[in-house]
Design a protein around this ligand. Structure first.
Ligand code: TXA
Ligand code: MG
Length: 314
């Protein structure tokens, strides 16, 4: 099958017919299906080669739609009110009255992850479909996420390529932050595009990060993830022979720099495009990345790099 780019109207028709579509969000491109279509959801897992124990995020257009899926505690409501639409995912208990089976998308958990994306094209597609969309990042499981349509094309097998709505480069560039609101106090399951400091300002405490790859609470937080095909070396202050060097601020030995001025927002946006660009095994033997400070979005960037450095399990 050859790939093609489609409009918002075509995307909603395609989804309603039970097919997958790659859609832009403000974080990364998502590989979407309608949440009630188990056949289509099965195709997501197959196409991404994603382990079936790793659940998907439900994307909604408004709070009313969110509350048809999950039960919001007062803290979850406050977080949704503050950060939605935007790059925050909330894990909540599944609502008793969902009129369709959620087992496949939630990997059988009694909780479900929800977010209301900010990207206008994604918003329009959800509204036109009139139902929640499940969407993991539009890349093969374990590999680099895609923040441009061209990287979706590079990352998925051509014979399985879904049609794509091209929304240009994703503004935030890193996946959503995931919070578990079923636990008191709220816990951080994934560092992401909303910095922990902003969440702490609203909750009046800093949610503790549980970094447990095997814990059922965050089955997707696999040790090796977000990895290019080349080995990655982080906190690099030298550049070895045949390495591609990705600088940050003044630490720079090449023309590639996440943010010459040392801005973390700029670095977040540049991260996946530059990693895709440098992932050239025929040219380099590895990618070395300069140290990135541990503050704000630096936590999410260092988290992605740590996982990119971990040896693959397969
Ligand atoms: O920014 C994003 O979140 C992007 C865009 C497309 O929305 N999506 C994304 O999806 O990053 P994905 O599938 O790559 O990551 C979803 C994460 C996984 O780590 C998964 O384990 C976790 O969400 N997750 C989903 N449901 C969960 C649940 N009930 N409890 C805990 N973690 C859950
Ligand atoms: Mg992903």
């Amino acid at each position: 099958m050859t790939f093609h780019f489609i409009s918002v109207d075509q995307a909603s028709d395609t989804l309603k017919k039970g097919h997958l579509v790659a859609l832009p969000t403000e974080t990364v491109y998502g590989l979407a299906a309608t949440a009630h279509d188990e056949q289509a959801i099965l195709k997501i897992y197959q196409l991404k080669k994603r382990p079936s124990f790793n659940p998907l995020i439900f994307h909604v257009s408004d709070q009313k739609m969110a509350e048809t899926l999950g039960v919001f505690s007062p803290e979850a409501k406050l977080l949704a009110k503050t950060f939605w639409p935007g790059p925050l995912t909330l894990v909540v208990p599944i609502c008793q009255h969902i009129p369709f089976s959620t087992g496949l998308a939630t990997a059988g958990l009694s909780t479900l992850a929800i977010r209301m994306p900010q990207h206008p094209l994604m918003q329009q597609v959800i509204q036109k479909v009139g139902a929640p969309l499940v969407a993991p990042s539009a890349n093969l499981s374990g590999y680099l996420s895609a923040t441009r349509a061209q990287d979706v094309l590079k990352g998925l097998a051509p014979e399985n390529m879904p049609p794509i709505v091209d929304g240009g480069t994703c503004e935030r560039g890193l996946e959503s932050t995931i919070l578990d609101t079923t636990h008191t106090p709220v816990r951080l399951l994934r560092y992401g595009a909303v910095p922990t400091e902003s969440i702490a300002n609203i909750l009046h405490y800093t949610p503790q990060s549980i970094d447990a790859p095997t814990a059922i609470k965050a089955p997707g937080q696999l040790k090796s993830h977000y990895a290019p095909s080349l080995p990655v070396r982080m906190n690099a202050t030298t550049c070895e022979k045949d390495e591609a060097f990705l600088g940050f601020g003044s630490v720079s030995f090449s023309q590639w720099n996440l943010s010459p001025s040392g801005h973390l927002e700029e670095a977040a946006c540049a991260f996946f495009p530059l990693m895709h660009q440098l992932d050239q095994p025929q040219k380099y033997k590895g990618i070395a990345v300069a140290p990135i400070p541990l503050s704000g979005l630096g936590y999410a960037l260092n988290d992605r790099l740590t996982r990119a450095c971990s040896p693959r399990t397969k």
